[in-house]
Design a protein around this ligand. Structure first.
Ligand code: ATP
Ligand code: MG
Length: 576
């Protein structure tokens, strides 16, 4: 490709609305353009990267025996009603009506559509296992689209779905997909980590997320200092190491005007955060209504108690049978009804609702709580003496230094960007949509199902988070928009430079490289800066200074310095 015939549109200024480096660089290098919140256009330069990622994903999926298909982006509501997700999915699902007033959605994912295909297409166990995948645009009306294509509303996903006669066959394909995902992320050149995302509660469902390690990542990952244990912090179990000491202090009510946060409470009382209890009122299952409209039998509000220095883990909390899922906090009115005060002064003493304490919170003694009266707290509080022992559960996020749940070493917490997710779904969708086939003995068996996603467009952003410097992107060769750029110096004035550049351009293309010839009539410094920003891995400079000796200047995008090489060595140099 000749730069003069390509659209190169770089900017020096850092866009004000781009918070993370990949978003800034993608805009500055002209890979993407924003259309509206969470909606981005892929410009020709950016699309080249997307296509390369897709190509690697396709090759590895095909190698693993998956078959490519393409499903409609728009899906009929009936299928989602059958699976129960029309109700459950919530506002992330973009719903629409056609001209006949029929309801549809724009697919955020395709379990329903593929299970519908499976129940219609598959007639015998002999057709199993089968793994179908597509690379396609998804839409999720994210509550907070941000970081450009990292969390956008429209994005490209590779999604695969496999069907099996039994769980053993599903496990085999799940492992094969794990291997294929490692091959994909290795080929792209990412520093990634497969982490356990086992939910444990949905019928033994097993899932693994693939995270690209980056400080800007939205997920915390808990990894063992010793073993290969790695789990999303959302899922990492906390091994409790505290024990409850005896009560020594007397209960004392103190005035705490204007105190709303744990920090303020620590200042007002002189206690550490670990001696203060946070009492959070959340909606209980009694807030749910059954299909016939009647109320679910259960508490409307539940109190969760966490140590002041710990964070509530929403996922763990909402798995508790008394807590409504997804987790929502009680509103101001319910708080006043239950605790007689505002949110800043709630405490667990005297509540007539279930009180569930995190393991470490249940081991506190002589601690500080809200007094259930505005502007008052109580110090010197002790379980069993001043209030009943609570129900105990693991409710908090794992933190740095917690013991690793596998008993080996301690946890360190690193940040990650989830780029892939593989899941043993089991029979959830096949049961709901009645997808079954006769087995060897002629007996109908509900299909076992797995699903496997890669966020293609998020991978592009994640790759930049890991591969950049102050001057711009540093693509790994396998996904670079161009592998090599040739920069002729002063070609307008030098026929020799022009001819040598053209010749090199032809030769490198013949060798199979993706080459960009920067034939724009610009100063060398401008061309260099553009190519560094765009991140092309190899740069070859053709100049009158070196040509007479049959030499070129070569620079690897990651190298500190350029070097002078023989013309004859250029291919070998690029290949090392
Ligand atoms: P997240 O927790 O980041 O919202 P998810 O669990 O909703 O992800 P999946 O439903 O497993 O994601 O989708 C598969 C893959 O699609 C994810 O691993 C991620 O790479 C990508 N993905 C999901 N949501 C988005 C988004 N809003 N923008 C870009 N990529 C996304
Ligand atoms: Mg999501």
């Amino acid at each position: 490709m000749r730069a003069s015939q390509f659209h190169i549109a770089t900017t020096k200024e850092t866009p004000a609305d781009a918070e993370i480096i990949s978003h800034q660089l993608m805009l500055r290098a002209g890979l993407i353009r924003r259309l509206a919140s969470g909606l981005y256009s892929w410009m020709p330069l950016g699309l080249r990267v997307v296509r390369k990622v897709e190509h690697i994903v396709r090759e590895e999926m095909n190698r693993a025996g998956a078959l490519e298909c393409l499903l409609p982006a728009v899906q009929p509501a009936e299928l989602w009603q059958e699976s129960g997700r029309w109700e459950k999915y919530g506002p992330e699902l973009l719903r629409l009506h056609d001209r006949h007033d029929r309801e549809f959605c724009v697919g955020p994912t395709h379990e329903e559509v593929i299970t519908d295909i499976a129940r219609k297409e598959l007639r015998s166990y002999k057709q199993l296992p089968i793994n179908l995948y597509q690379i396609q645009t998804k839409f999720r009306d994210e509550i907070r689209p941000r970081f450009g294509v990292m969390r956008s509303r429209e994005f490209i996903m590779k999604d695969a779905y496999s069907f099996h006669i039994d769980g053993a066959s599903l496990s085999q394909t799940f492992d094969d997909m794990h291997t294929a995902y490692c091959a994909v992320f290795d080929r792209i050149g990412l520093d990634y980590r497969p982490v356990d995302a086992d939910s444990g509660s949905i019928g033994g469902a097993k899932s693994t997320e693939f995270h690209v390690l980056a400080n800007s990542g939205e997920d915390g990952l808990a990894t063992s200092t010793v073993s290969d244990y790695a789990a999303n912090v959302e899922k990492a179990a906390v091994v409790c190491t505290t024990t409850r000491a005896d009560a020594t202090a007397e209960q004392t009510v103190i005035d705490t005007p204007g105190v709303h946060t744990i920090d303020e409470l620590c200042k007002a009382t002189g206690a550490n955060a670990s001696q203060c209890a946070k009492t959070l009122l959340v909606n209980g299952v009694g807030m749910n209504t059954q299909e016939d409209g009647s109320a679910v039998d259960g508490p409307k509000v539940v109190a969760l108690v966490i140590r002041g220095d710990h964070e509530l883990n929403d996922i763990k909390a909402e798995k508790h049978p008394l807590v409504q899922s997804p987790l929502t906090f009680a509103d101001a009115k319910s708080i006043r009804d239950v605790a007689n005060c505002d949110a800043g002064s709630i405490g667990p003493i005297g509540l007539s609702i279930p009180v569930i304490a995190d393991q470490d919170a249940a081991n506190m003694s002589d601690f500080v709580v809200g007094a259930n009266e505005n502007n008052k707290h109580i110090t010197g509080v002790n379980w069993a003496r001043d209030l009943p022992d609570p129900e105990v559960a693991d409710l908090r996020n794992a933190i740095e230094g917690d013991p690793s749940p596998d008993g080996q070493g301690n946890l360190t917490i690193v940040r990650g960007v989830e780029v892939g997710h593989i899941f043993e779904l089991g029979t959830t969708y096949s049961e709901a949509l009645k997808a079954s086939v006769p087995d060897e003995s002629g007996k109908n068996q509900t299909l076992h199902m797995g699903c496997y996603g890669i966020g293609i467009t998020r991978v592009v952003a994640a790759a930049i988070e890991q591969n950049h410097d102050n001057n711009g992107i540093q693509w790994t060769r396998s996904i670079a928009p161009f592998e090599v750029v040739i920069v002729p110096i002063n070609a307008a004035k030098s026929d020799a430079v022009k001819a040598a550049s053209e010749k090199l351009y032809q030769e490198l293309q013949e060798q199979g490289f993706d080459v960009l010839l920067d034939d724009r009539p610009l100063r060398p410094g401008v061309m260099f800066a553009d190519m560094e920003l765009i991140g092309i891995p190899h740069r070859v400079v053709v100049s009158d200074k070196l040509l007479p000796d049959n030499k070129l200047e070569y620079r690897n995008r990651r190298a500190e310095e350029s070097e002078v090489i023989d013309y004859a060595d250029v291919v070998a140099r690029i290949n090392t």
